[in-house]
Design a protein around this ligand. Structure first.
Ligand SMILES: [Zn+2]
Length: 333
């Protein structure tokens, strides 16, 4: 499968919204046939089903993964998915879609049988308190399009609070990557209201760690996954899971390097989307360049008051994803 990156956004009700951008930065090695042995012993079956929202509407482009394998599928316009060659036995299947809380189910797959697994995903629903803040005055110079395009879930613009945000790196930069200096690269872009610093405290709000399971759950081509939680439009926590050097996929040693760290940290600091301009926030970064698009978006983001989201929608929906009406207009030339 050619998917290199997977962006996920999940929002958690009470406390946190889980927005992950699974950054899947691999050069599509051949699919390891890791299931063939197990399959020979126990056979395989098929999983299929429909992903809907709480109102019963079919959700397209949701990702369904069989955890611990490289098997995944994306739902059709009818919300349907189908995954074949699933090893018989108990498997955990998870459905993700940006803006929804992921749902995980454990089912038993039987040989040569299609097992139906349907999902119902709830939309994120931040507390109404987030809407009670006074609106900031219009800021004509904030590039709304950029914020919308590269915000989480394409229209949620969230950022960290002002001040220092500590980052704990359990990977030690894989031995070669200078994470502190990468953080400073982002600090320069952000411009000072929020500063990210390396910390030795494992309880820091940002954590980088090795997790083969978490990463490979997103299929081949995955190098790392960034998860960002926000609450009332303020990012409160983030995690980056990456593969340790020595992880092999199709005979390739996936040793995460500087591009991966820099890219994932870009998501952590608030760049929710991907560019396609040859820079580090490309879906598959081949350079460490932080391009003008990224710079402009992040500096605009951190010039907004904490706690605001922009949306293309003209109003605030009664339920679902809380959005604040757009209050910035793009400046006319
Ligand atoms: Zn990414």
């Amino acid at each position: 499968m050619a998917r290199k990156f997977l962006c996920l956004a999940f929002l958690l009700l009470l406390v946190l919204l889980f927005t992950g951008c699974a950054t899947i930065d691999l050069s599509t090695p051949a699919l390891p046939e890791e299931d063939s042995l197990a399959a020979a012993r126990t056979g395989t079956g098929t999983l299929s089903g429909t992903v809907r929202d709480a109102a019963g509407k079919r959700l397209k482009n949701a990702t369904v993964v069989v955890e611990g394998t490289s098997l995944s599928a994306t739902t059709s316009s009818l919300g349907k998915y189908r995954i074949t060659k699933v090893p018989a036995g108990k498997v955990t299947v998870t459905a993700f879609l940006e803006g929804y809380t992921p749902q995980r189910k454990t089912v038993t797959v039987r040989k040569n049988t299609t097992t139906t697994v349907n999902f119902t995903l709830s939309q994120e629903s931040p507390g109404s308190t987030s809407l009670s803040q006074p609106a900031p005055s219009p800021q004509a110079t904030v590039p709304v399009d950029l914020l919308v395009t590269y915000g989480w879930g394409k229209n949620n613009v969230v950022r960290w609070k002002n001040g220092t945000v500590y980052v704990y790196d359990a990977t030690g930069g894989n031995g070669t990557v200078d994470v502190a200096s990468l953080l400073n690269s982002w600090n320069d872009v952000i411009g000072g209201v929020t500063t990210f610093r390396l910390s030795s405290n494992p309880q820091s709000p940002v954590k980088i760690y090795y997790d083969v399971q978490k990463v490979t759950a997103f299929g081949p081509g995955t190098w790392g996954v960034a998860f960002v939680w926000w609450s009332n439009y303020e990012i409160v926590k983030a995690e980056v899971a990456i593969l340790p050097c020595g992880t092999y996929y199709g005979g390739m040693n996936l040793c995460p390097k500087i591009e991966l760290y820099l890219h994932e940290l870009g998501h952590v600091v608030g760049f929710g989307g991907h560019t396609n301009d040859g820079g580090v926030m490309d879906p598959v970064p081949r350079s460490t360049t932080i391009t003008a698009t990224v710079r402009e978006m992040l500096s605009a983001l951190y010039s907004l008051p904490v706690g605001y989201a922009l949306t293309k929608a003209p109003g605030v929906p009664k339920d679902g994803m809380a959005v604040i009406p757009m209050r910035w207009e793009k400046e006319k030339e």
